[in-house]
Design a protein around this ligand. Structure first.
Ligand code: NAP
Length: 453
């Protein structure tokens, strides 16, 4: 396993993968640790989780540099990511007592209630795009719920994976309650099938999700999947167009466009189409590609060269099929994995830019005349993760958000963000299950009914 800096194209470090027998030993150790951990009380777990939160804040500069070097993220975005991890740890330290408190339900019996019991070691297969945040939003609720965690991180961020494991140890968590496995995607099947592993969650692409869910299904283990998105935004004619363009560009370029909930396609009402387009393209073209550590840089390189080449293929193919390029659409000179801000219009069904997730700074504009037409385009996708509406009519927007858009979350007059307090997840090929909030902590627990006559 290697980490390669996508800005300098230099090898950072090489790591030896865990062999199958090492993997078995780690799983047994994690299971052993879980047998103790499940009996600890919530106050003790919360104390350690708060300590982890403090460690993250203490080390945010070094951790941000590590993350930025391994996958290219802007340093200031990386610092924000570490701070958000600290928040999710604090959030679950403070709220797990309420979320996991027994729930009394009156029946004819003298007592009936629901108790939330841990399941055991849970495997988390994670992506490189938010190498800390994705892991912590799994780990904080699960460890608070009394589960143990086993991380299989993306192969291009092994340094982050090992740093996260160390953070748990340094914060005083018992040995082996959270472990990292340095393994390939091919070794995941055997981990899921190991009888000591009780459930699995994957954040990543739809093909990886289908593979993991089918293996988990074959051994009847619960899975949660957080997969890709098409993230349509509807811009109505009564919207504040400058503000809409500003927030849409911000969301599209965040993390170099490599976010499952990054705004990706923009469905604009005819009377404001040209005004939105001009402002949107202008702001996209203003982005400054450069060293992720420099405060003046606003667009980071993509995380890997192969990902950049695949994005370019989607753009080129769509243009060959008739899409119009408004800016970008080329591979810049130099040795970094940059892709320029790119905007396309005249995108129609059949083109990659219509159907496939565009995981980079590439946007698609659609022109529509009615809300029905807008909702039809927004929902004409296999994905259903995030969506947005810009309008000054909040009441109408709420109706379209609730009943019109097929998505796991809809933000009105803002871009979609994850937040520890709100459930996060998708429908259709964006996956199933929820992370964060009350809903996230209750995914991997035994919801046990107890009736006393
Ligand atoms: P990916 O290729 O699916 O990889 C994600 C993880 O799955 C990596 O650890 C990868 O390991 C592993 N993996 C890949 N194929 C596998 C298989 N067949 N069996 C078991 N494990 C497998 O995705 P990515 O390119 O890293 O991440 C980008 C995708 O993640 C995008 O589609 C994005 O939208 C999605 N995403 C979704 C969310 C969400 O919350 N919904 C959040 C972030 C990202 P290797 O690295 O070793 O291949």
């Amino acid at each position: 396993m290697q980490s390669v800096n996508p800005f300098s194209n230099k090898l950072i470090a090489e790591y030896t993968d865990h062999s199958d027998s090492e993997v078995s030993k780690v799983i047994s150790a994690v299971y052993g640790a879980w047998e103790q951990w499940k009996n600890t009380d919530l106050t003790f777990r919360a104390r350690l989780m708060n300590c982890l939160s403090e460690k993250l804040i203490e080390q945010k500069e070094e951790l941000a540099v590590l993350m930025s070097n391994e996958m290219g993220k802007l340093k200031r975005e990386a610092i924000g990511e570490i701070e958000k991890c600290a928040w999710v740890c604090r959030y679950y330290a403070e709220n797990s007592g309420d979320f996991l408190a027994p729930l009394s339900i009156p029946t004819e019996a003298s007592e009936s209630f629901v108790s939330f019991q841990p399941l055991g070691p849970v495997l988390a297969v994670m992506p490189w795009n938010f190498p800390f945040w994705q892991v912590f939003r799994f780990a904080a609720p699960n460890l608070m719920a009394g589960n143990a965690g086993l991380l299989k991180h993306a192969s291009n961020v092994p340094g982050c994976a090992l740093a996260i494991e160390k953070l748990f140890v340094d914060s005083g968590f018992p040995e082996n309650v959270f472990r990292t496995l340095l393994i390939t995607g091919k070794q995941v099947a055997d981990v899921i099938k190991n009888p000591l592993i009780k459930a699995v969650t994957l954040t990543g692409s739809t093909p990886a999700g289908k593979s993991v869910a089918s293996i988990a299904g074959s051994v009847l283990k619960k899975s949660v999947l957080e997969l890709g998105g098409s993230d349509p935004y509807i811009i109505c004619e009564d919207a504040d167009i400058r503000n809409a363009a500003k927030l849409c560009v911000f969301s599209r370029l965040l993390n170099a466009g490599q976010s499952c909930i990054g705004a990706k396609c923009f469905i604009v009402f005819d009377p404001v189409y040209e005004a939105f387009k001009d402002e949107f393209v202008r702001l996209m073209e203003d982005a400054v590609m450069g060293d992720p550590a420099e405060p003046s840089t606003t667009l980071a390189p993509l995380a890997r060269f192969d990902l950049r080449d695949e994005l370019h293929r989607q753009v080129v193919k769509s243009c060959e099929m008739g899409a119009t390029l408004l800016c970008g659409g080329y591979i810049p000179e130099g040795g970094s994995a940059f892709y320029p801000p790119t905007v396309m219009e005249n995108v129609v069904p059949g083109m990659p830019a219509y159907h496939e997730e565009l995981f980079g700074p590439v946007a698609v504009l659609f022109r529509v005349k009615t809300i029905d037409e807008a909702l039809k385009i927004a929902n004409d996708t296999v994905f259903g993760l995030g969506a947005g509406i810009f309008t000054s009519d909040r009441e109408k927007a709420k109706i379209w958000a609730e009943n019109g858009l097929d998505a796991g979350c809809v933000f009105v007059n803002d871009f979609v963000k994850s937040d520890p307090r709100l459930p996060f997840g998708g429908i259709k090929e964006s996956g199933f299950g929820r992370e964060l909030s009350l809903f996230g902590i209750r995914e991997f627990v035994n919801i046990k009914t107890i009736v006393v006559k």
